[in-house]
Design a binder for this molecule. Structure first.
Ligand code: 3H9
Length: 712
C-alpha cells in the first residue's frame, strides 16, 4: 500500500504525520494509517487530543487521483472521515502546506484548524471534472455559508492561509512552527474544556439561505459562462442546494455521493485527469535525465518587437527576467516598446495590474538597435518574419555577439532549426522556442530540438518554459513541428467543405459547438486574410495556381476584406467589435467559386463537417508519432489544448480518438479516402495498427494511450 502515517506521542497529545511523498495524496496506505492512528489514540487513556499534520511541503494534496477507476484497497476515505468526525477526543489539523480537495475535506472533518501562513487551501476537484466528494459540499456551506462555499468550490482556485482564516475555514494562523502551534492549540482546548466542534452538526448559516433560488440561479448562469460545456459545476450546485434545502447532513451526503458517482463515470473526468498527468508527463524527456545540468537565465535578448517579439518580451518581464529588445531602427523600437507599455496600461485600466507593477516591468526593459546590445543575454530569441534566409543571416549575427554558453533560439513556427544551427559554430546551443500568439497569454511553448542541440540546452529551455508559466512540450525538427503540421489538414478540409456545399458559418458553428473558442474562418479573419494573399502576389503565383482552398479568401482580399483589421472578411465586424456577423455576400462568393471550379454543391451534415475537420488531426498526429516528432500521444494533446484551443474536456485529439474508438475513426477515414482521395485521407500505419489492437486488447490501456507505457 502506498503512503503511511507516523504516530508519535508528545505528552498528552498524539501527533499523526501523513507521509506519502512528494505531496501526500490520500493513497490506500495513508487511509489505513489514518484509521489505525485514530483508533490507537482513542484507545490510549493518556492521549487527550490528536494533532494531524503532513510531512514535507504538503498537508494532503487530495485523493490519490491515480487510483480512480481502479480497484480500491484499504479503508475508504469516508470510513476514515467518519472515525475522525465521531472521535471523542478533539482533533486539530495543523495545516503545514497544500491542503487540496480530499486534503481540505480531511481538515474540515477535524474539529479545529490551525494553518501556516504559506499553506494554500482549495477544492480544485471541478478542474478535474469532479466535486468535493468527501463531505466538502456539505461541510463548507455549514462553515462559511452557501454563497461563499459555492464560489470557492466552483472556482477551484486555492487561497493562502491568512485568507482561509478570514473566510472562516481556519481558526488560527500559526506564528512559527506549525506542529508546535497545532499542539499549543490542542493544549488550549484541553485546558479550557472547549467542546468538540463537529461542522456536520451546524446549520445556522444554512437556514439563512433556505429557498434562496436566486443564489443558485446566479451560480448556474456564472458557471455556464465561465465553464462552458462542463458537467461537474451543475453537480456541485445540486449538492450545495441539497445542503441548504434538505438541512439533514446525512441526506445531503447521499446527494453528494450520487453526484460524485455521476462525475466519476463521466468521460470529462477521465479526460481532465488525463490532462493533469499529461501536463506533468511532458516535462519528462527519456534521453534528458532530470539531473541534466541547466544554465541560469538572468537576462534575455529578443530580436524583433512586433506582435510576437513584444509578447515574448512581456512573458519574460512578467516573471522578472530583464530583457533587451532589438529592432532595426529607433522608430521601430519606440513603436514596439510603446505597444508593450500600452498593453500593460490596459491591464491597469482593467484592474488586473497596478501602475507600480507596470513601472517595475518597464524598468527592466531596455531597447537597442545594435546586435552588440545583446552581448549580456543568457538566451537570445529571434522573432522576425518567417523567411529561412533572413533567419540564417540573423543567427550569424546573433552568434557573433552572444556570450559563451548563451542559448540561441528561434521563434519560428515551422522552419528548419538545423539550417539555422548550421549557420553558427555552436549548433549545440541552438533550439526552437515557438511561442503562440499572444505570447504573453498563451500557455504553450513548443521547444524544438535540432540534430545537434545539447541536452543541457534542452533541459534549460524546458525549465525556462516552466519559469515563464508556460507548459513546454518538446518537438522534433520537422516542417510545422507538432502543432502547425497537424493544423494544415484541418484548415484545408474547412476550405474544401465550403466549396462542396457548407457555408463558412456552418463550419464555424460546428467547431464552436464542439467547444473550440473559434472556428477556422473566424480564425482566418483574426489572423488576417491578406497574409497569404500578399505572399502569393509577391511570389507571382498565377490565379489558376492558387490552391482551391484559398480562392475564396483571395477574392475577399481583392475586395479589401482582410478580416478584423478592415472590419470585413468572412464576417462583418461593426466598428470596434470582435464579434462578426455572417454576410450573404460572402455566401454568394463561395457559391460562385464552387461553380467556377465545377463543383456541384450539396448539403453537408454537421457530423461530416466535424469529422472531416478533426480526423485529419488524429491521422497526422499518428504520423507525427511514427516519425518520432512527438515523444508521446499526450504531448500532442497538450500542444492542441494549450496552443490551438482544442477543448480541455476532450483530453486532446489523441485521447479523444481513443474514447471514440480508433476502429470507428479508421472506418470514417477510409470512407473519406474513397470519396475524396488525397494524402490527407491515407490512413497512418500506426492508426491502423492501434485500431486493430484495440479490438483485441491485451492490457487495460488500448489505443494511443498504450504508447505511454511502451515509449517510457
Ligand atoms: C479529490 O480529492 C476528490 C475528493 O474530493 C473526494 C474523494 C472521495 N494524486 O504537481 P506536481 C503527483 S480529487 C496523485 O509536479 P507541485 C503528480 O502527478 C484531488 N498524485 O508538484 C506528480 O507526480 P510525478 C484533488 C498526485 O509541487 C507529483 O505528485 N486534488 C496528486 O508543482 C508532484 O506533483 C487536486 O486536484 C494527487 N492528488 O504541485 C490536487 N497530486 O512527480 C492536484 C499530485 O510522478 N495536485 N500528484 O510527475 C496539484 O494541484 C499539485 O500537484 C500540487 C503540487 C499543488 C499538490
Amino acid at each position: 500500500m502506498k503512503g503511511t502515517v507516523h504516530y508519535e506521542q508528545r505528552g498528552n497529545i498524539a501527533l499523526l504525520t501523513i507521509d506519502n511523498p512528494p505531496v501526500n495524496p490520500l493513497s490506500s496506505g495513508v487511509r489505513q494509517g489514518l484509521s489505525d492512528g485514530i483508533a490507537k489514540a482513542l484507545a490510549d487513556d493518556s492521549v487527550e487530543a490528536i494533532v494531524l499534520t503532513g510531512a514535507g511541503r504538503a498537508f494532503i494534496a487530495g485523493a490519490d487521483i491515480s487510483e480512480f477507476g481502479g480497484a480500491a484497497q484499504g479503508p475508504s476515505l469516508h470510513d476514515c472521515l467518519a472515525s475522525m468526525d465521531n472521535s471523542t477526543k478533539p482533533i486539530v489539523a495543523a495545516i503545514n502546506g497544500t491542503a487540496f480537495g480530499g486534503g481540505l475535506e480531511v481538515a474540515l472533518c477535524c474539529h479545529y484548524r490551525v494553518i501556516a501562513p504559506t499553506a494554500p487551501v482549495g477544492l480544485p476537484e471541478v478542474k478535474l471534472g469532479l466535486l468535493p466528494g468527501a463531505g466538502g459540499t456539505q461541510r463548507l456551506p455549514r462553515l462559511i455559508g452557501a454563497e461563499k462555499a459555492l464560489n470557492f468550490i466552483l472556482s477551484g482556485d486555492p487561497i493562502p492561509g491568512p485568507a482561509a482564516k478570514e473566510l472562516g475555514i481556519a481558526d488560527s494562523v500559526a506564528d512559527g512552527d506549525i506542529v508546535d502551534a497545532g499542539i499549543a492549540f490542542a493544549q488550549d482546548i484541553i485546558a479550557k474544556g472547549s467542546p468538540i466542534r463537529r461542522i456536520r452538526d451546524e446549520s445556522e448559516l444554512l437556514v439563512a439561505d433556505r429557498d434562496n433560488a436566486e443564489l443558485f440561479d446566479n451560480a448556474r448562469k456564472t458557471s455556464a459562462r465561465r465553464m462552458r460545456k462542463r458537467f461537474a459545476p451543475e453537480m456541485i450546485i445540486q449538492c450545495v442546494e441539497a445542503a441548504v434545502n434538505l438541512g439533514d447532513f446525512d441526506a445531503g451526503m447521499k446527494v453528494e455521493a450520487e453526484c460524485f458517482a455521476k462525475c466519476l463515470k463521466h468521460p470529462q473526468r477521465e479526460a481532465l485527469i488525463h490532462m493533469f498527468f499529461a501536463e506533468r508527463e511532458v516535462a519528462k524527456i527519456p534521453d534528458v535525465p532530470k539531473d541534466t545540468p541547466t544554465q541560469e537565465i538572468n537576462q534575455a535578448g529578443v530580436i524583433g518587437c512586433g506582435t510576437m517579439g513584444g509578447g515574448i518580451t512581456m512573458s519574460f518581464l512578467n516573471v522578472g527576467i530583464p530583457v533587451t529588445v532589438l529592432e532595426v531602427d529607433q522608430e521601430a523600437l519606440d513603436r514596439g516598446i510603446g505597444v508593450i507599455k500600452r498593453n500593460y496600461d490596459i491591464q491597469v485600466q482593467r484592474g488586473r495590474m497596478t501602475s507600480d507593477e507596470v513601472d517595475q516591468r518597464m524598468g527592466i526593459l531596455t531597447g537597442t538597435t545594435e546586435y552588440s546590445g545583446l552581448a549580456q543575454a543568457d538566451v537570445i530569441i529571434e522573432a522576425i518574419y518567417e523567411n529561412i534566409d533572413v533567419k540564417v543571416d540573423t543567427f550569424k549575427k546573433m552568434e557573433a555577439v552572444a556570450k559563451p554558453g548563451a542559448i540561441l533560439a528561434s521563434n519560428t513556427s515551422g522552419l528548419d532549426i538545423d539550417k539555422m544551427a548550421n549557420a553558427t559554430t555552436r549548433p549545440e546551443a541552438v533550439i526552437g522556442l515557438h511561442f503562440f500568439s499572444p505570447a504573453n497569454v498563451m500557455r504553450l511553448l513548443e521547444v524544438v530540438r535540432g540534430e545537434a542541440t545539447s541536452k543541457e540546452t534542452i533541459a534549460t529551455s524546458m525549465k525556462l518554459g516552466k519559469r515563464l508559466n508556460k507548459v513546454a512540450v518538446l518537438s522534433g525538427n520537422a516542417p510545422g513541428f507538432i502543432g502547425n503540421r497537424m493544423l494544415a489538414g484541418y484548415t484545408r478540409q474547412a476550405g474544401e467543405i465550403i466549396l462542396q456545399g457548407a457555408t463558412p458559418y456552418q463550419v464555424d458553428n460546428v467547431i464552436l459547438g464542439f467547444g473550440m473558442p473559434m472556428g477556422p474562418f473566424q480564425m482566418n479573419d483574426l489572423v488576417g486574410l491578406d497574409l497569404g494573399w500578399r505572399a502569393r502576389k509577391l511570389g507571382g503565383v498565377k490565379p489558376e495556381d492558387v490552391p482551391i482552398t484559398a480562392r475564396v479568401a483571395d477574392k475577399l482580399c481583392e475586395l479589401e476584406r482582410f478580416g478584423q483589421k478592415t472590419n470585413r472578411g468572412f464576417y462583418i465586424y461593426p466598428e470596434g467589435s470582435r464579434a462578426g456577423t455572417p454576410d450573404p455576400e460572402v455566401v454568394a462568393i463561395v457559391e460562385e467559386t464552387s461553380a467556377e471550379l465545377g463543383i456541384t454543391r450539396r448539403e453537408i451534415s454537421d457530423e461530416e463537417v466535424l469529422k472531416r475537420c478533426l480526423y485529419p488531426l488524429i491521422n497526422e498526429g499518428a504520423r507525427i508519432l511514427e516519425d518520432g516528432i512527438a515523444i508521446r500521444p499526450c504531448d500532442i494533446d497538450i500542444v492542441y489544448i494549450n496552443g490551438y484551443g482544442f477543448p480541455e474536456v476532450t483530453g486532446g485529439p489523441m485521447f479523444w480518438a481513443d474514447q471514440i474508438g480508433l476502429e470507428n475513426i479508421l472506418a470514417d477515414i477510409k470512407n473519406f479516402q474513397s470519396e475524396y482521395g488525397g494524402d490527407i485521407w491515407q490512413p497512418a500505419p500506426l492508426l491502423e495498427k492501434l485500431a486493430f489492437e484495440q479490438q483485441f486488447p491485451v492490457s487495460f490501456r488500448t489505443g494511443f494511450s498504450c504508447l505511454l507505457v511502451t515509449l517510457l
